[in-house]
Write a protein that binds this ligand. Structure first.
Ligand code: DOR
Ligand code: ZN
Length: 344
């Protein structure tokens, strides 16, 4: 039995670092685990210009503990009126690594998102030309579509057409949750990849209703049936370069989660790597953790691999029931339980 494992330092290809006091509270958790992270732009107001992204990057750097070795990679929030020239210039200047498509009203702070992909075709054409990745929250928002079907319907109604129109656009299908998404990503060329969260590898939709309503298991896209979780586990541990680590760590204060209308989002940053390592171990695939966590992401984004390394040991991590941060309480993923692995 393997009791320690050393891998290249990983990156998080999808995280919500927030702003203000919450940013101050959570930045250190991500920086402790990851060398780089793709930072989501769904602030209020959203990060839609290179200037606002540069300012936000400064605030993130200022929120890091002294001595952190962490690089935030910034993203542009696409709106119906997104300007191809601005976005391309921000990319050329090294401010924007990628741009994020939120279908309008799909999730937290997405009210300014795109109402119809047709509106942003000139932007997407430009992104294809310059090799700038499009990050996709893949859910339709139509009220007649069951929430558990939103991702699968998005593939049929939006993604297939988009890829047909722009076959060379680099696309990351973010936080996939279904076997349909795995099949779709597998069927595409190497310019289409996907991130997978730790929570979608650990829980199925029963977790939201285990003995009562469980707001800390609620996120978007919502967890699906067991067969989907198993398909995600297979994809993540397959060794395919199309799949890489993206936590989608999305902190909300405890009162915003435990509410009559609780916010979507799971805060997994504090033990994310331990959580993934547990899955890879359970699947007999610890030898593939490094590819998923530290190689496939940079290869897709065309960035160098990290040189530093991190060692995990099988001594276990006791995850606290909650984490007190300045002025508020956060409930981490796996709260109150023990994970098999620990970062040394
Ligand atoms: O669960 C989620 N929380 N999904 C998202 O897409 C957004 C995120 C957030 O920002 O809270
Ligand atoms: Zn997200």
């Amino acid at each position: 039995m393997t009791d320690t494992i050393t891998i290249r330092r990983p990156d998080d290809w999808h995280v919500h670092l927030r702003d203000g006091a919450m940013l101050e509270a959570v930045a250190a958790f991500t920086a402790r685990q990851f060398a780089r992270a793709i930072v989501m732009p769904n602030l209020s107001p959203p990060v839609t210009s290179a200037a606002s992204a540069a300012d936000y990057r400064q605030r993130i750097m200022a929120a890091l503990p002294d001595g952190s070795d962490f690089t935030p990679l910034m993203t542009c929030y696409l709106t119906d009126t997104a300007d191809a020239g601005d976005i391309a210039a921000g990319h050329a200047d090294g401010i924007f690594t990628a741009a994020k498509l939120y279908p309008a009203n799909a999730t937290t702070n997405s009210a300014h998102g795109v109402t119809d992909v047709a509106h942003i075709m000139p932007v997407l054409e430009r992104m294809q030309d310059i090799g700038m990745p499009l990050l996709v929250h893949g859910e339709v928002t139509d009220g007649d579509i069951d929430i558990f079907d939103r991702e699968a319907v998005f593939i049929e109604r939006v993604l297939e057409k988009l890829i047909g129109a722009l076959p060379d656009l680099k696309i990351v299908f973010e936080h996939i949750t279904t076997e349909q998404a795995v099949q779709f990503v597998d069927s595409c060329g190497p310019n289409v990849a996907a991130t997978i969260t730790p929570h979608h590898l650990h829980i199925n939709r029963n977790a939201m209703f285990a003995g009562g309503i469980r707001p800390h298991a609620y996120c978007l896209p919502v967890a699906k049936r067991e067969r989907h979780r198993l398909a995600l586990r297979k994809a993540a541990t397959s060794g395919s370069a199309k799949y890489f680590l993206g936590t989608d760590s999305a902190p909300h204060e405890i009162h915003a989660k435990e509410s009559a209308c609780g916010c979507a989002g799971i805060f997994n940053a504090p033990y994310a790597l331990e959580s993934y390592a547990t899955v890879f171990d359970e699947e007999g695939a610890l030898d593939r953790l490094e590819m998923f966590a530290s190689e496939h992401g940079p290869q897709f984004y065309g960035l160098p691999l990290n040189e530093a390394s991190v060692t995990l040991e099988r001594t276990g991590s006791a995850v606290p029931a909650n984490i007190e941060v300045v002025g508020s309480t956060l409930v981490p993923f796996h709260a109150g339980s023990k994970l098999e692995w620990r970062i040394i």
